[in-house]
Design a protein around this ligand. Structure first.
Ligand code: NAI
Ligand code: MG
Length: 365
């Protein structure tokens, strides 16, 4: 049977960028004979409007069954005053929690045509292609005890950094598997010099590494890692780190490469019966209410998220390469949505024109 894909466009620009992904999916089905069982459903504010909840139980059940979920974005001003329990982002959080997506993949990839967008010198980032693997379901954002407590005559705010061996082991394994599919180089970042969880992290990662003797493993203190990311990012291939450091390092790495409209992500969980991980793919950006409904959104982040699905859920690495090359070609030709405009006098294309240009580049590939 065909691989299955659940599409959740969501709110704001989510449906606009997802319409362009649909064109790409149709192209692969017509021209490469790659068929997917695609179903579509509601999430976020759109689901709240219909069901009174940001993710219906039936949608959750479907997400658990498919090979991959592709999500647009959720949220918007219309929903800002809703009760916390039904806010749009709760739909996304429910997906991540119930699918137990502990491994968050954030690529930082620099398309040559956009190297001028980087906050760094062009030669530092040209050709950059690194992947940050961030632990997503544990660590200091979840550890107990947490809270604001009375202590003597003042209050104290407490969070707890806490990692079990099995939590470290499963995300490490996912990072090593990724390194095996890429350039067999992995750098693990923590602060083993000052944190107990960092000592355990380094020990467990080293132990898991014994199962992957081909992967060149190194360790770095996360603060040095932040410096190195900005000084010489091309020294890295896969970076593995915890939830807190990963939050910061992945945002930092993202800005090495430019616009929010270009950044995809994947969140992976435990392997399913077919051996592939549970997976949710989504652009890093939100629903962009300031430009929603105007045809201005850049669909590339969402299209690159589908490329990640091709690579990591559907075992179609060569087709993912083809799609990324088509995007590279379109950018090299100077096609730009408004968020990518640098040069004077260049006219921006619309969301749908960008999708059409990528399909045309695929046709020429
Ligand atoms: P945002 O990412 O939606 O927008 C930030 C800025 O980047 C805006 O100026 C927007 O126009 C621009 N932008 C974002 N994506 C773009 C694209 N594809 N093409 C061109 N420009 C793009 O973040 P913001 O404004 O903080 O949040 C807006 C709403 O989105 C809120 O309701 C927020 O809760 C939600 N949100 C949802 C996320 C998700 O679904 N994963 C992630 C972040 C925010
Ligand atoms: Mg962040």
């Amino acid at each position: 049977s065909n691989p299955s894909l659940l599409i959740l466009p969501g709110d704001g620009i989510g449906p606009e960028v997802m319409a362009e992904v649909r064109k790409i999916i149709d192209w692969f089905s017509a021209k490469r004979d790659l068929q997917f069982d695609v179903s579509e459903d509601l999430v976020g504010g759109a689901a709240y409007d219909k069901h009174g909840v940001p993710l219906a139980d039936e949608t959750m059940a479907k997400a658990q069954e498919v090979d991959a979920v592709l999500l647009g974005a959720v949220g918007g001003p219309k929903y800002d005053d809703l009760d916390f329990s039904v806010k749009p982002e709760r739909g996304l959080l429910r997906l991540r929690k119930e699918m137990d997506l502990y491994s968050n993949l954030r690529p930082a990839q620099c398309f040559d045509a956009l190297a001028d967008f980087s906050s760094l010198k062009k030669d530092v980032v040209a050709g950059l292609d690194i992947m940050i693997v961030r632990e997503l379901t544990s660590g200091v954002y979840f550890g107990e005890p947490r809270g604001i407590f009375e202590e003597g005559n003042e209050r104290v705010g407490i969070n707890t950094q806490r990692y079990t061996e099995s939590e470290i082991e499963r995300v490490a394994r996912s990072a090593f598997e990724l390194a095996m599919r890429r350039n067999k180089k992995l750098c693990s970042m923590e602060k083993a010099n000052v944190m107990e969880s960092g000592i355990l992290w380094r020990e467990v990662v080293t132990r898991v590494g014994k199962d992957y003797p081909e992967v060149e493993l190194s360790h770095m203190y996360a603060d040095n890692g932040a410096m190195q990311l900005v000084r010489a990012p091309k020294q890295f291939d896969v970076i593995l780190t915890d939830n807190l450091f990963g939050d910061i390092l992945s945002d930092c790495a993202a800005m090495l490469t430019g616009s929010l409209g270009m950044l995809p992500s994947a969140s992976l969980g435990a392997p399913m019966a077919n051996g592939r991980p549970k997976a949710l793919y989504e652009p890093v950006h939100g629903s962009a209410p300031d430009i929603a409904g105007q045809g201005k959104a850049n669909p590339i982040a969402c299209i690159l998220s589908f490329a990640m699905a091709l690579r990591y859920s559907f075992d179609q690495g060569a087709e993912a390469d083809r799609l990324e090359a088509a995007i590279e070609k379109v950018l090299a030709d100077g096609v730009r949505t408004a968020d990518l405009l640098a040069e004077e006098g260049v006219q921006p294309v619309s969301t749908s024109e960008m999708g059409d240009a990528i399909v045309a580049a695929l046709d020429a590939s």
